[in-house]
Ligand binder design. Sequence first.
Ligand SMILES: [Zn+2]
Length: 274
Amino acid sequence: MNEKLKAAYEGFGGENIFDVPLQKLNHTVLDYLNMKKNTLVKPEFRLLGCMDDGVPGKSIGLGGPGIVLAYLAGKRQGKTGWQAVLDGFDTAALVLGGEIDAVSSHEGCGACGIIYGFLSGEEQQQFAHSDDLGITFAKELAGKLGAAYKHIPMDGMTRPQKVHTARLVFYAGPEQFNIDYCMPNGLAFIVSRGILEKLADKTFAAETGMFLLETACKIATGESGLGGLATAASPFVIVPVGGNKIPLPVLQKESREVAGKFPGNVAVLEGFTF
Ligand SMILES: [Zn+2]
């Protein structure tokens, strides 16, 4: 077992969710969430953050501070590179407007790294590091929405540097979904699918949700994540969570489509509705 990952799991204390058998996992996760049902879907402070398993405090999880959504929206309009991010900015602002109190960026953001890879060489030179994309975007979005801005450095994160400790990803239908007060730290990615239903283009909403979900599965089962530990008997799991904006069966279907790309190491739990 990856030693860093093992150390991280030992640090969780209490029940090690990694040892919970697959057939019991849906029930175990639901029990955790039910402990703080109110703060889960009605958090006092609404923070937009990266879907990353190490970003604490968030109640909406997207790729970086919404930068992947912006990029995909701009790309749909025929743009490329940084221009796609700029042209998609208003779409991200529309989705998140009225829904958040603060926007966060974080150190070592993989989503920002993906977008950085889509920039031209000249565009990349404007940024010293891929994290700077997220910082620039998050500040701009916070300003536009009249929200606060915060940056989360590595020592403020709930996973070790360069190691992903998640065993699951919530494919979340509720607009707000803050697991901080009910789940052990660092165990889950959160992809906020429900909030994307504010998009008029429902096909684009589904495609964006599934792109983010696939990215989470890729990272979590990759070499900096579970790697060989994700097996058919103990897979990385997608947990669909129905909400008022999007019903559970739709999320289950999209989840199964994504899991199909990771045969043998990603499974979809039955999920539940909040
Ligand atoms: Zn990130």
